[in-house]
Design a protein around this ligand. Structure first.
Ligand SMILES: Cc1cc2nc3c(=O)[nH]c(=O)nc-3n(C[C@H](O)[C@H](O)[C@H](O)COP(=O)(O)O)c2cc1C
Length: 381
């Protein structure tokens, strides 16, 4: 039987052990690091005995044992097998997204609900000493701080009288568009204050069974509220340009570093020119421990990304209702943004950049309508 190394395979050291982790569905298996050399001999379909010839510094028994373990783990695939067929299909379909995106996607699939709180993905040969607790709401893990605050920072206490949000739902939903053209009119402070409190402020507090959690206008996995809002001010009445943190408990903007220019915003926004025209940015950042202290499985990193999407949508709808033009970008320079915000980019890291400004009546970046010719050039089915 000829074997080949799986194309969808990630190897790493974890807690001192060398692990081969094929995906999708393969078993992460701790092996001797010589397994990497054995895998290297299976670049293409080959009989194990033939492959062993290039591994003549290892004993035949060692090679045979390693081949068996790698085959059982799914890191070596048999020619003509369903697993080999699937491996080829996954590798072809995910192409340039592999291995980073495909590995994360598949390695975090199919986690049973009851396992959400146990130690993430026990590898073969590792003992699981973490108790499984299916009563999700009863265990919060080690205590973590619910709020991020900068007690020593200078701050702007924000007005509490809400700007008018009473726009019909249907009108808001269909009026929402991503804006990339803005006027130079500053955004009034009460408008920004209403947007921040509506999207990021606490709505109420609940008892998780062990500690208090708060809820927002957006749903959030486990109500962990691991996402913080950092605000880059360019053109808002009564607030100097600079980088701030939105203190949601106090409803204030805490000054982290003064000054912010349009050129810098373009650089932080991965060189997108339009972003230099916004009145303010909101960087959503994840406090990893707030989520991982309860949910140990790496799958819950997905939940943080989903949480960011929910907040992004609530931001866009609320900004629209307030008469602002919202925008969002997945393209941004993570490390410079983290540095500019004074975040360590380890336990506290940027995930998503939202922005808004006064919408331009005659936008030049708005996409043109699709015409008959556009549809002619499109594969519709
Ligand atoms: C997660 C996400 C990331 C996005 N990233 C960018 C981006 O990097 N640059 C950009 O100009 N627009 C970005 N957009 C905006 C989309 O291009 C826009 O939503 C899309 O064209 C549909 O238009 P609409 O928002 O007006 O419905 C992003 C939108 C989302 C939801």
């Amino acid at each position: 039987m000829r074997l080949r190394r799986a194309s969808c395979l990630t190897c790493y050291w974890h807690e001192g052990e060398f692990v081969v982790h094929p995906y999708p569905g393969g078993t992460p298996t701790a092996l001797h690091p010589a397994a990497a050399e054995v895998l290297a001999a299976f670049d293409d379909w080959v009989e194990p005995a033939k492959a062993a010839e290039s591994l003549d510094h290892l004993t035949p028994d060692t090679v045979a044992e390693a081949v068996q373990a790698l085959h059982e783990a799914g890191a070596l695939l048999a020619e003509g097998s369903d697993e080999a067929d699937r491996d080829e299909k996954v590798a072809r379909r995910w192409q340039t997204w592999a291995p980073e995106a495909s590995f994360f996607h598949y390695a975090t699939q199919d986690v049973p609900y009851a396992d959400l709180e146990r130690a993430g993905g026990n590898r073969q040969g590792e003992a699981d000493t973490t108790p499984v607790d299916t009563a999700v709401s009863a265990v919060d893990g080690p205590s973590h701080s619910m709020f991020t605050e900068y007690p020593d920072a200078d701050r702007v206490l924000l007005p509490r009288r809400p700007a008018d949000l009473r726009v019909p739902y249907e009108q808001v939903l269909y009026a929402r568009r991503t804006h990339r053209d803005f006027t130079d009119d500053p955004v009034p402070l009460p408008t920004l204050a209403t947007l921040l409190s509506t999207v990021f402020g606490p709505v109420d507090y609940i008892d998780s069974g062990r500690s208090a959690l708060f809820r927002r206008t957006s749903p959030a996995g486990g109500s962990r509220q691991e996402l913080d809002a950092y605000v880059g001010i360019l053109n808002v009445t009564g607030v100097d340009p600079g980088m701030y943190h939105y203190n949601l408990r106090e409803h204030s903007l805490e000054l982290l570093s003064p000054g912010l220019g349009r050129d810098e915003v373009v650089r932080l926004g991965a060189g997108q020119d339009w972003i230099g025209g916004v009145a303010f940015l909101v960087v959503l950042t994840a406090v990893i421990d707030r989520m991982s202290s309860k949910y140990h499985t790496p799958r819950c990193y997905r939940v943080s990304l989903l949480d960011a999407g929910h907040l992004g949508q609530t931001f866009a709808l609320t900004a629209t209702a307030l008469g602002l033009g919202p925008a969002q970008t997945g393209a941004f320079c993570d490390t410079p943004i983290a540095e500019r915000l004074g975040l360590d980019n380890i336990g506290h890291t940027p995930l998503y950049v939202l922005a808004a400004g006064t919408p331009h009546p005659d936008p030049k970046w708005a996409p043109p309508r699709a015409t008959l010719d556009t549809f002619r050039a499109t594969t519709l089915r």
